[in-house]
Design a protein around this ligand. Structure first.
Ligand SMILES: [Zn+2]
Length: 89
């Protein structure tokens, strides 16, 4: 029973930067795509990065939930500021 409960749990992957949604890019190539929240299988198309909207609408399997590494964005801002400071010096 415990093993079954574990297998039903959503798989997750922690990334430094979340990728853009593949279906947003396909549907409106000229717009800025939503941030992908899942890497999941879609019908006839293998796997794709999906925003929450496209995951609910198109995912045919549970897939992997993508989680932004906590503090990743803040660290990038800090290092960008450090680069600017060094270049300005
Ligand atoms: Zn999307």
């Amino acid at each position: 029973m415990a093993g079954q409960a574990r297998s039903l749990k959503q798989r997750t992957a922690t990334l430094t930067v979340l990728p853009p949604c593949d279906l947003c890019k396909m549907e409106s190539p000229l717009s800025i795509p939503q941030t992908a929240r899942y890497d999941a299988p879609i019908a006839g198309n293998g796997w794709a990065y999906l925003c929450l909207y496209h995951y609910i609408a198109y995912a045919v399997g549970r897939g992997t939930k993508l989680i932004a590494e906590s503090g990743a964005v803040e660290r990038e801002i800090v290092s960008a500021r450090q680069r600017l400071a060094e270049e300005g010096a």
